[in-house]
Write a protein that binds this ligand. Sequence first.
Ligand code: SAH
Ligand code: SF4
Length: 358
Amino acid sequence: MLQAQATANLFGLNSEELKQLAMEYGEPRYRGRQIFHDLYARRQQNLENLTNLSKSFRQQLALRFAVIYPRVREKLPSRDGSSRYLLELSDGQVVEAVHMPEKSRVTLCISSQAGCAVDCRFCFTALMGLQRNLTASEILGQVYAIAQDQRMDSHTRLNIVLMGMGEPLLNFAPVMKAIRVLADPDGMRIPWRRITLSTSGIIPRIHDLAHEPVRPKLAISLNASTDEQRAALMPVNRKYPLAELLAACRAYPLRPRELLTFEYVLLDGVNDSGDDALRVAKLLHGLRAKVNLIPYNSGSGLPFRTPPFPRILEFQEILSRKHVPAFIRISRGQDIRAACGQLIVERTEAMAPEDQSH
Ligand code: SAH
Ligand code: SF4
């Protein structure tokens, strides 16, 4: 009965906000920290279960608040064990997130925006344009919605990658707020080494990230070996060209044993030549970095193809010979639209006939 009147979402508030809230109700500040632990470590969704709090405080909270995660609208399991989720937000927007179980851990790929404004030519999310930024609650809530759906126990070792829909550095404050809760020893307790933020290269925000007290690992979507090529694939390169981007990377303070990751989507006949590989090696010379080579995920609506596998191997070979560690990353869930945004875009724009067999 009490829950019926609740409107505001308690989920997504940080420790300081919860302490303030406790004080508004005439409770001591530390009650806020207890609520934080209940919400983020114990993953309680029912305010009745916050039994550290007095019954009357719980009842008062329930009059105003509920604990709301994004709703699982659809879950698409892949043959390879991963699952793609379509998660619905309170205003009906839908974002994608992916659950990828491995031997000793689980990787979750989550979104930072509904759609994206950066407009990379090879990206399905770009076709949606930017719908809106996600709130910290919605970014964090993707992790909790999937943890709940997968009945994940509290010992599961989680990796979080912000590589879903959107450009995380163009939604900086909410993304950082969500990351701080994920990393909090009293919350999800995920160490920074297991959280990766991927960016198309928003240079001023890379500088800001360098000064954050809680900082994830950083991945940069390079995707090209010259300014001309990169600007054609990623219009953001006109504003933030390669030399400045790599200077920002060189200035970026790495922690012991930390490497920068450069992602490189391989597009057949576009950026996958031997010369491209040599130029990438040169660009990254002297950086503490590794390269993840991502064969392009093809789909309807975009004019690119995946390179033949021998060319991908050759690209890797050349980088390795130049002492740049390079790994081939085949996206999980090939049968369920492996590229983020792809599922939503293809659903919306009516599928091409050859796609309907999957
Ligand atoms: N906006 C951020 C994070 C989301 S995109 C960024 O661009 O880094 C995550 C990764 O997916 C990026 O490295 C991007 O280059 C890659 N990507 C986008 N479209 C792809 C596609 N069709 N096939 C393979 N990788 C793709
Ligand atoms: Fe946005 Fe990243 Fe897609 Fe580029 S690759 S359009 S930055 S989501």
